[in-house]
Design a protein around this ligand. Structure first.
Ligand SMILES: [Zn+2]
Length: 314
């Protein structure tokens, strides 16, 4: 039995043919058309065709960068891709393909992928943080995806860490993702450079989370201190999550997580300081395993689980 997993991102849409264990059997990608829903649908249908390649597909799962209402199935808010607002992605795809389709939040699908076939396989209480341009998160509690009352839950990126902090896309300020994200890292470095820090970095268009990470690896103490500060903020968030949920595992993925020990080292130490020894020792903080495939794998596995449950419950 085969499923199609789709991950709609800001720059590209990825799709894969996935088996019930989460192995990817075929793979394709297309640039995202961010403005026109008709073109977006055309791209999605092309991808479904391209990865299904004549195999018998049972269902489709789609990870969408926005808040999807569990009640209406519509995208209620997509701050990074406003063209998705109000769309019912599952109905849009189910009609032309004739396949049962489920759409869910993209960070939730990342988490579901790491839970089903990645770093959190075998765990039942899982927090998954994906650190890129922003900070996405997903929660699996007692083996089930936790999306809350409306489907909008598990938004750890909007926990407030600094009440006087930078404005966030959600309308609040000082949210975790304004600090622990590529955007937050660059912004912190920029402020340090403006304040006269001694560093090989300069504040120009070439300043990215990656160039700062490379400078840290090359021995630049200022660049390392930027990651250490961001890592401590990440640790405060992990500690809050551990204090609230007592999870078995926190999986950290996304482009920024590639900074490894510069980020995860200080994060783990800060987590230790701010948690009970028992809950800290019960929780592993580990890197994600599926990389940029997590969303596709998760969406495929989610469709498999969702429609299997629907059939057996009918
Ligand atoms: Zn926010």
């Amino acid at each position: 039995v085969r499923y199609i997993g789709i991950d709609i991102g800001g720059t590209e849409i990825k799709a894969g043919l996935v088996d019930r264990e989460g192995a990817i059997l075929a793979w394709s990608r297309r640039p995202t058309n961010r403005r026109e829903p008709e073109l977006l649908l055309a791209r999605l249908l092309e991808l479904v065709d391209s990865v299904s390649g004549g195999s018998e597909v049972r269902a489709i799962g789609v990870g969408v960068p926005g808040l999807i209402s569990v009640r209406s199935g519509r995208v209620e808010m997509a701050p990074n891709m406003p063209a998705l607002n109000g769309l019912n992605i599952s109905e849009m795809l189910a009609g032309p393909t004739g396949l049962p389709t489920i759409a869910a939040n993209d960070a939730d699908m990342n988490a579901w992928g790491e839970f089903g076939a990645g770093a959190a396989r075998g765990s039942r209480h899982v927090v998954c943080l994906t650190i890129g341009t922003g900070l996405g998160s997903g929660l699996i509690l007692d083996g089930r995806l936790w999306a809350g009352t409306s489907g909008f839950g598990a938004e750890a990126g909007h926990m407030v860490l600094d009440p006087e902090g930078l404005p966030c896309g959600c309308g609040s300020r000082g949210c975790l993702e304004t600090i622990v994200s590529a955007t937050g890292i660059v912004s912190l470095a920029r402020r340090g450079i403006a304040a006269g820090a001694t560093t090989c970095l300069s504040d120009d268009s070439g300043l990215t989370a990656r160039t700062i990470q490379e400078a840290a690896a090359g021995g630049d103490a200022f660049a390392a201190s930027v990651y250490a500060r961001v890592g401590r903020s990440l640790g405060m968030a992990c500690a809050s999550l551990i204090n609230l949920l007592n999870p078995e595992i926190i999986v950290i993925g996304g482009g920024v997580a590639a900074a490894g020990d510069y980020l995860i080292g200080p994060a783990t130490e800060e987590t230790r300081i701010r948690t009970y020894r028992q809950t800290f020792e019960a929780c592993r903080i580990v890197p994600a395993q599926l990389g940029s495939h997590a969303g596709v794998v998760g969406a495929g596995l989610f469709a498999s689980q969702h429609f299997a449950a629907t059939v057996s419950g009918a």
